[in-house]
Structures are given as C-alpha cells and as structure tokens.
Design a protein around this ligand. Structure first.
Ligand code: ADE
Length: 236
C-alpha cells in the first residue's frame, strides 16, 4: 500500500485534489494521503514557520527547526534517518525533473513524504539532511510547492492498480514502456464525422491487429516529428 504524506502550510489547497476519482479510488483501496500543516507543530511563538534570509535578500525561508518538529511529530524519529524508511521529497524548482521514469520509481517506494516550500523556499539544511530527493515539475518557479506536490501525487496515485476505471488505461499511454517511450497515438470518439472532419477510417474498420499497428506507427511518427524535444522528451 502506498502512503503519501504532504507537509505544507496550506493543507486546504488539497481539498479539491482529494476529491478526484483516481484519488478516492486509491484511498478506498487502502492507500493513504496524509496532510500535515507545519504550523501545527512549530516550536516558535505566534505559529511562526519562516524567517528572513541570512545575508539579506527578498522573501522568507522555511526554517529547519520547524520542519524537523513537524517530521518528528508525524514519525516519532529523528528526520535525519527518515530516508531509510520512506522517500522524503522536497519540491524544488531546481530539482530532478519529474518524468515517467521518476514516477515509476516513486510509486515503488515503500512510502513518500512530500515537503512543500513557500516563498523563497527551504533552508538548505532541510534539503541536505532531511530530504532524500529534490523534485521539480518544470524549470519555472511556482509561489509554493503545493501545486507541484499535487502533480507528483496525481502521477503516482493514478498508476496504482485500480485507481483508474479501466485497468489498461495507465499501461499504454504517453511515455510508458508499452509505447517504447514514445508519445501516445491520437484518440477519437463519436461523432465519426464533424464539420467534415472524419475519423481515420481504420479505427472504424474493426481490424484490431491493423488498428494496433496504425497506433504504433502514429506514436513513432509523433516521436520523430520532435513534438517532444530532446532533453524534454520521454527518452532517458
Ligand atoms: N516549487 C516552486 N517551483 C517549483 C517547481 N517548478 N517544481 C517543484 N517545486 C517547486
């Protein structure tokens, strides 16, 4: 069973996310999504969690003592050794880029802890001593790690068996090994013709073997057309 804990200053931000079908399916099957508010565990007065950066500069930095207190409250152990039993992932714009291979790695972990930063981010000692990974969802800076944490949770949870309605939908999709890392083939549904735009005839033919071949071909074409640039694309 996958157990994901998200540490955040804004647990309410996950309200909508937690109602998504693949998430409720995963939870109904015994997987767990926990939300921990750093503020509920801060040892500082006034529910303080962040501070101004040493050396000056704009913004606020999430404090290492606050993050330690929250991790200790949740796991009852020194967070320095937490990495032995779960992957502790700091959401960080400069971290390892999230792709299908990383999602596969994460879903096989015994458990995940996601640390959301805010403002200017984390005190570096959090990353150095508590986190096992730094993960980025793209080379741009978000106001906080919450959206990135939801992206990671979404991508991991939907790959757990039974999360999606149809058992195969997560298998033969973009970037997965079933398509040799290629982008997905195009999909169509009714109406078969709309404003003169016809669905490819082969998909209406009922020839499953030829349809499978056409899909592989389309996927390969998309890959070679460089819709996905090298370095940004699915291949390692
Ligand atoms: N925190 C701020 N920006 C981020 C990004 N692009 N990815 C992950 N975490 C972030």
């Amino acid at each position: 069973m996958m157990e994901i804990d998200v540490f955040t200053l804004f647990p309410d931000a996950f309200g909508w996310f937690a109602t998504q079908r693949h998430v409720t399916n995963a939870l109904a099957r015994g997987h767990a999504l926990g939300l921990v508010n750093y503020r509920d565990h801060t040892p500082l007065s006034g529910r303080q969690v962040d501070d101004t950066p040493f050396g000056g500069g704009a913004g606020m930095v999430l404090r290492v003592d606050v993050v330690e207190a929250a991790l200790r409250a949740r796991y009852g152990r020194d967070p320095v050794s937490l990495g032995a039993v779960r992957r502790v992932i700091a959401l960080d714009a400069g971290g390892r880029l999230l792709d299908d291979a990383l999602v596969d790695e994460l879903r096989q972990a015994p458990a995940l802890t996601l640390l959301c930063g805010r403002y200017e981010g984390f005190d570096e000692r959090i990353l150095e001593h508590f986190a096992t990974d730094r993960v980025s969802i793209g080379r741009y800076v978000l106001a906080g790690g919450e959206l990135a944490a939801m992206v990671v949770c979404d991508a991991v949870l939907r790959k757990l068996p039974g999360s999606l309605g149809h058992a195969d939908s997560a298998v033969e999709e973009s970037f997965s090994a079933a398509l040799q890392g290629g982008p997905e083939y195009p999909h169509y549904t009714r109406p078969a013709e709309y404003r003169g735009w016809r669905v490819p005839e082969i998909l209406l033919s009922g020839h499953h073997g030829r349809i499978a071949g056409w899909r592989r071909e389309q996927s390969a074409m998309r890959l070679s057309r460089h819709e996905h640039r090298p370095g940004n694309g699915p291949l390692p």
